[in-house]
Design a protein around this ligand. Structure first.
Ligand SMILES: [Zn+2]
Length: 471
């Protein structure tokens, strides 16, 4: 209601664009301070004592059950097994990520000096200057990219990748019940025509639909009296709708999301187990993103892009120059992104490795945790304690590391293909039999080693994020 003025809130979708684009450094500082102090203002919605209580009670519960800490209790059933294994992975990634972030900070500092700012780089400078550097170096224009990623071409590309890997065929069914006219239904079958399952795809936003993207099962695969009950799987996204005369055109992020959810769908569709409770995606949370994230790797391979990224009007294959831009921009800012993520993972684990009650105020507790890993003052953990909903209300306690754990798995697994060829038949068969078909019927670590012949290496992840060159 104020003429010529705008209102910004502390929601991510409001704060982040402000931090990226607002030229006024004082205002960036103001919104940033408010953002990172959410739940920490000494008023009636201050979360500090809640965090102390929760961390203490979780520790007590774990000890009553005979575990050293909440993390020991949670991780026993995960692929990681112990807090030591998680710390070990985080420690290996920390140094290269920090080195890259420091190099990124030096670039930012240079730009600030050019802008006449003598101050050190502050957290409210990162996103602003990163955006400027991104523009200067990569000038990636979304409008230039999108015509090559029509929904139909991307879908056909995914079908093609899946056919090359697992021999699967997809046929649209027009005469099955569905809950909305936007939904399409596909019969999935083996190369020899045997029925695998049904796949529902629901792509466009509507008023009653939740945001985001996910995969779900209407009927999970299982065996009944020696017969396979075929799964009915669904993937749901929120892509921009086609407009008059134009098909739905995806950004490369959305394209990646489609490949990702399709990977979860394959996990559900190819499941080949006896019990529904162990079927498909019923696996530990630090393993469940392997089948989905590995698919994202194919999406970005030049050889695969040339198969599906074709201009929706002219049919022209995506030019090499655009592919190169996409690839270069993929490693940009990964030092910062990895560091703020790892810092939050350490913080999570520190709270949940307590072997007794938390007796300290959480502000110094968090400070000490960040000092221990040497987090630069220009970066804060992706979530600070008082608004770390993932771990205090979102079911990710002692589990925030899972994203990068899965990241190590998917890049290492994809490397098994790359060492031979993108669609190597023997590797695909092994991935299908040892991982996609198995659901939760075996130990995740054993499944992985059976597929790969060894435990995962972190090198492919470092390479993918551009963290490898710096030693
Ligand atoms: Zn996922």
């Amino acid at each position: 209601g104020k003429d010529g003025k705008w209102l910004f809130t502390l929601h991510n979708a409001s704060v982040m664009p402000f931090l990226q684009y607002a030229d006024n450094r004082e205002l960036r500082k103001k919104i940033w301070m408010a953002y990172q102090n959410r739940g920490n203002n000494g008023n009636k919605i201050d979360n500090r004592t809640n965090v102390v209580h929760m961390a203490s009670l979780r520790s007590e519960k774990a000890r009553l059950l005979g575990y050293a800490s909440h993390a020991h209790y949670v991780l026993e059933e995960r692929m990681a097994k112990t807090p030591e294994n998680v710390y070990n992975l985080l420690d290996q990634l920390w140094k290269p990520a920090l080195e890259k972030a420091k190099a990124e900070e030096a670039d930012i500092k240079k730009m600030m000096v050019a802008d006449g700012i003598k101050d050190e780089v502050q957290p409210y400078d990162w996103r602003y200057y990163t955006e400027k550097i991104r523009k200067e170096r990569y000038s990636l224009d979304e409008q230039e990219i999108k015509p090559y990623f029509s929904l139909e071409n991307v879908r056909n590309g995914i079908f093609e990748v899946t056919k090359n890997l697992y021999g699967l065929q997809f046929k649209e069914l027009k005469d099955v019940p569905k809950y909305h006219e936007d939904v399409t239904v596909w019969e999935v079958s083996e190369k020899d025509g045997r029925h695998v399952g049904l796949l529902y795809m629901d792509f466009f936003p509507r008023a009653s639909k939740r945001g985001g993207a996910w995969m779900t099962s209407y009927r999970k695969e299982k065996m009944t009296e020696g017969k396979r009950v075929a799964p009915i799987i669904s993937i749901v996204c929120n892509f921009s709708k086609p407009t008059a005369g134009n098909p739905a055109l995806l950004t490369f992020d959305e394209t990646t999301t489609f490949f990702h959810e399709f990977g979860h769908a394959l996990h559900g569709l190819l499941s080949n187990v006896t019990y529904e409770s162990l079927s498909g995606t019923s696996v530990p949370t630090d393993f469940v993103e392997l089948p989905s994230q590995i698919m994202e790797n194919w999406a970005a391979e030049p050889e695969v892009l040339k198969m599906y990224a074709k201009h929706y009007k002219t049919g022209e294959v995506i030019p090499d120059a655009l592919i190169q831009k996409l690839q270069e921009s993929a490693t940009f800012d990964q030092g910062f992104a990895t560091v703020e993520y790892l810092a939050a993972s350490y913080l999570d684990l520190n709270y949940h490795s307590l072997t007794g009650a938390l007796t300290q105020n959480i502000v110094p507790f968090e400070e000490a945790a960040m000092k221990k890993i040497g987090l630069p003052s220009s970066i804060i953990p992706r979530y600070r304690s008082t608004y770390y909903t993932h771990i205090f209300s979102g079911g990710y306690s002692a589990g925030y590391y899972s994203y990068i754990w899965s990241g190590v798995l998917d890049t290492d697994a994809f490397d098994a293909f790359k060492q031979k060829s993108l669609f190597d038949a023997a590797t695909a068969k092994s991935f299908r039999i040892n991982i996609l078909e198995k659901g939760g019927t075996a130990d995740a670590d054993v499944m992985y080693r059976t597929f790969r012949g060894a435990g995962p290496s972190i090198q492919p992840l470092l390479r993918k994020r551009g963290l490898e060159a710096i030693k």
